[in-house]
Design a protein around this ligand. Structure first.
Ligand code: IMP
Length: 172
């Protein structure tokens, strides 16, 4: 059962705000957006279209969830970046920061490649679920500790296509 949590309109307004902040902070600097596959793709596409012309886009894929609702606690890189990020301004684009494990791991990995700067934008954050303290520079919405789907987020690859975000409840 799906319970709508964040509407399409609320997402649109939030993206405008986030893009304004990012544009101001990176004025005059060329940015690489690094999307974390697959959940961030909708967010990245909509955010990138709100940013100035000269933005580069790359993707990485990690796995910490085995297709279900809870993390396995092990982060593996399944697809690394194509772009060399040394001396570049990198903004990691995440769909959701839950425990913080994935993000902490990614930041540690990318930091070893000596980017000029490394920041993170996440559409959603579940502060109550955090077990790994890691800074998220731009947060769209803080949400309760419930499992959500839609706008890129999945449950076993389903529901990514929903244009809004909903809480997924087990079937009654
Ligand atoms: P973390 O490492 O626990 O912070 O988990 C981050 C990743 O877990 C996200 O990028 C998502 O892919 C997935 N995830 C965490 N919470 C949810 C959720 O509520 N719905 C769908 N995916 C989630």
């Amino acid at each position: 059962m799906l319970r709508p949590l964040i509407t399409r309109e609320q997402i649109e307004l939030k993206l405008d705000e986030m893009a304004d902040a990012i544009r101001d902070d990176y004025a005059g600097q060329r940015l690489i957006l690094v999307g974390v596959l697959k959940g961030s793709t909708f967010f990245l596409a909509d955010l990138a279209r709100r940013l100035p012309d000269d933005v580069e886009i790359d993707f990485c894929q990690v796995s910490s969830y085995g297709g279900g609702k809870s993390s396995t606690g092990v982060v593996q890189i399944r697809k690394d970046l194509d772009i060399n990020i040394e001396d570049r301004h990198v903004l990691i684009i995440e769909d959701i920061v839950d425990t913080g494990l994935t993000l902490m791991h990614l930041k540690e990995l990318f930091a070893t490649r000596r980017p000029a700067s490394l920041k993170v934008a996440s559409l959603l954050s579940k502060p109550e679920a955090r077990t790994h303290d890691t800074l998220v520079d731009y947060i769209g919405f803080e949400i309760p500790n419930e499992f959500v789907v839609g706008y890129g987020l999945d449950y076993a690859e389903r529901y990514r296509n929903l244009p809004y975000i909903a809480v997924l409840h087990p079937e009654a």
